[in-house]
Design a protein around this ligand. Structure first.
Ligand code: AMP
Length: 181
């Protein structure tokens, strides 16, 4: 978990390699669905493009469908999901159904000003339609309003680990590996 631009995707890919587990980024899945113009992609597009959260039932369908695959049996890393309380409680139900438990919820922590300038840069480099400055500000606000309350949800379960998300990419990976081990 962590606000947009904190480096969740970058770090998730490195942790995926380290443990040889499946990395599921809901942002990536939605971008692929939009590119392929599937029914999910069409439903998600306006929300994603304006920096809003895609409705919970769509996300829960995607995750449920994906976690039932055999390739998730040996472990998985969720990147960008859950982002709301109903998603978190829905995830608990799915996990029960597949006899799995979360080991840890990692929150990458960083200052908002730093993140906005990183994202403006990424928008220029990757041409992501939701990385313009106004939409970035909106996505930050949504994180603090809707997703940050989940930190307490996982803190209360004893699963939350907070990791400083500022610094060298490999240094941050090492911090994450340290809390996981
Ligand atoms: P990300 O790549 O994780 O920053 O996600 C990009 C966009 O996809 C977000 O701004 C949302 O519009 C949508 N999205 C990704 N994951 C979720 C989620 N768990 N719940 C709702 N919307 C999501």
């Amino acid at each position: 978990m962590g606000p947009p631009g904190v480096g969740k995707g970058t770090q998730a890919a490195r942790i995926e390699n380290h443990f040889s587990i499946i990395h599921l980024s809901t942002g990536e899945i939605l971008r692929e669905e939009m590119k392929a113009e599937t029914s999910i992609g069409k439903q998600a597009k306006d929300f994603c493009d304006s920096g809003q959260l895609v409705p919970d039932p769509i996300l829960l369908d995607i995750i449920e469908h994906r976690l039932f695959h055999d390739d998730c049996k040996n472990g998985f890393l969720l990147d960008g999901f859950p982002r709301t309380l109903p998603q978190a409680t829905g995830l608990d139900t799915i996990l029960k159904d597949i006899n799995q438990e979360l080991d840890c919820a990692i929150s990458l922590v960083a200052d908002e000003g730093e993140l906005v300038s990183r994202l403006v840069q990424r928008g220029k480099e990757l041409g992501r339609s939701d990385d313009s400055e106004e939409i970035i500000q909106h996505r930050q606000k949504i994180y603090w309003d809707q997703t940050a309350p989940l930190l307490d949800f996982y803190r209360n379960k004893g699963l939350l680990k907070e990791v400083d998300g500022i610094g060298d990419i490999s240094e941050i990976t090492n911090r994450i590996l340290k809390v996981l081990q």
